[in-house]
Unconditional design. Structure first.
Length: 215
């Protein structure tokens, strides 16, 4: 496949680029300051605030090859919910017009709490302390933006509560819309999350909202 990765230089995006290239896919690495030395990776400078630029990048105007799928991994710190939701809508709009699938790497806040399906992680102080509540809320709003889009083919991947760089083991458990834990911890490495991203792109599941956890 040709896979566009928006946010290609971030913690998750850079690892998705590496995983996709290692599997032999062609990668369009989209970011403000793109980099890439792999022969399967085409770095493309992109302003995510520009809907026309996003559409042209996904359509292949710069790389001469249209994307078959796009992975959205954009995050801002401190959180900028307006930018996040605007970029999500832009990608969904362009992907719908082009007929390509969207995989959004979102937030754990949109998941249901284990043992209490009516309590979102974003509203659960056991997982989300007050200083990061705005980040969790933005993830919930991003999922709602996907759900409100009438035409796009999308899947929203919520990571577990802990996500950080680490080892690539390629071992994880997959779930749907409820937070998963292993031995009492809800965690995964960014490397293994990227494995899950590529597995989903290569063999799509039926669910729109999924999550994973380290095995």
């Amino acid at each position: 496949m040709t896979i566009a990765v928006l946010g290609a230089t971030g913690m998750v995006g850079s690892r998705v680029v590496a995983e996709a290239a290692a599997r032999g896919h062609r990668v369009l690495a989209l970011s403000r300051r793109p980099t890439g030395a792999h022969p399967h990776v085409t770095p493309i400078a992109l302003d995510a605030n520009d809907p026309h630029a996003v559409h042209d990048a996904l359509a292949g105007s710069a790389a001469q090859t249209a994307a078959d799928a796009v992975v959205l991994t954009v995050r801002t710190f401190p959180v900028d919910e307006g930018f996040l939701l605007g970029t999500t809508r832009t990608v969904l709009d362009s992907a719908a017009k082009l007929g390509i699938r969207v995989l959004v790497v979102g937030g754990a806040g949109a998941l249901r709490s284990p043992g209490d399906p009516h309590l979102l992680i974003a509203d659960n102080p056991a997982y989300v302390p007050a200083p990061v509540r705005a980040v969790a809320a933005a993830g919930v709003a991003q999922l709602r933006t996907c759900q409100a889009h009438p035409d796009a083919d999308w899947v929203y991947l919520s990571p577990p509560a802990e996500l950080e760089p680490g080892e690539r083991t390629a071992r994880y458990r997959r779930g749907t819309d409820t937070l998963l834990t292993t031995d009492g911890r809800s965690r995964i490495s960014a490397e293994d999350l990227s494995v899950a991203v590529l597995d989903e792109l290569e063999v799509p599941g039926a669910e729109r909202h999924i999550t994973v956890v380290a095995r």
